[in-house]
Ligand binder design. Sequence first.
Ligand SMILES: Cc1cc2nc3c(=O)[nH]c(=O)nc-3n(C[C@H](O)[C@H](O)[C@H](O)COP(=O)(O)OP(=O)(O)OC[C@H]3O[C@@H](n4cnc5c(N)ncnc54)[C@H](O)[C@@H]3O)c2cc1C
Length: 309
Amino acid sequence: MAVMRNFLLWCSENPTLRTKVPQMSFVQRALKRFMPGEEIDDAITASKEFIDIGIPTVLTRLGEDLQDLSEADEVTNHYLSVIDRIAEEKLDIEISLKLTQLGFNLSEEKTFENFDKIAERAEKLNNVVWIDMEGSEYTQKTINFYKRIKAKRSNVGLCLQSYLFSSHQDLNDLLEVIPNIRLVKGAYNEPHDIALRDKFRVDENYLDLARKMLEASNKDGNRMVFGTQDLKLIEAIKKEADILNYPQGKLEFQMLYGIKPNAQKQLVKEGHIVRVLISYGKSWYPWYMRRLAERPANIAFVLKNIFTK
Ligand SMILES: Cc1cc2nc3c(=O)[nH]c(=O)nc-3n(C[C@H](O)[C@H](O)[C@H](O)COP(=O)(O)OP(=O)(O)OC[C@H]3O[C@@H](n4cnc5c(N)ncnc54)[C@H](O)[C@@H]3O)c2cc1C
């Protein structure tokens, strides 16, 4: 299982595969399970269906590691127009993005300028912008970036990964700025000296971090969110929330589009908040390979599409 995961994560970073695989029609067909389409209209239409059943969404346009800083302006303008559209159509949809989509690998100052524009527009229109967490070469820089933007704007959240050895220290550091955090397990191929590899230990760490986040939220009222499809872990978080007298109706889970839809509805029925993260965009290859790596059984699903029209 670990070999397959590592192989798929290696594929996600391979430049030749990055150009060849997206052209394969059976891969494109299988992709439908994880994203409603490549265009913003696809993501908005899917969001409306979720909103109708009490599940708001978070949208992210796929793309990472820009080659040229001028591309960052296009990405910024795109997100500004999406935020405007969400407000015009009065939809409960938030935004999540990767800093490298805004040029973080090329210029931190320019990235700050662009992100601030997006966060400012979102603030004016009562919306929230989340920052995804990328590979470990960006972890500390992203935390520093978040602390800087959080000092200026309150409507921003950051993703934290429980597989990192540094995650407890990172959380303590972040708690100083009363952060909004989305906790996930982590999706990248990290070396042994940086990240836990054993699922049991990643889950255990997740629950410890979740407990700390719930305690912090009880004290400061900030938004703490749990991004996972792991139903056992979700049960354990619910129990912790009960023990800590976490306010009813405030416990929030975020889950990926296409994964465990019945569990999403059940959580809403129980009175919890669920947001579904919907991805769209043309640069889906690395992101898609990371989804396959999370559950190698998905490969069988992709292969089945070779034989369907
Ligand atoms: C809202 C949200 C935002 C995220 N943002 C980031 C981010 O910014 N940075 C980052 O590194 N990672 C991010 N991730 C991905 C995350 O790190 C995990 O890789 C991913 O969520 C799978 O972990 P899990 O918690 O669901 O637990 P797992 O133990 O991986 O999965 C639990 C169960 O869920 C089901 N499942 C999980 N993934 C899949 C899948 N792809 N296909 C089918 N079934 C599946 C399976 O039944 C599996 O047994 C995000 C995830 C979510 C939900």
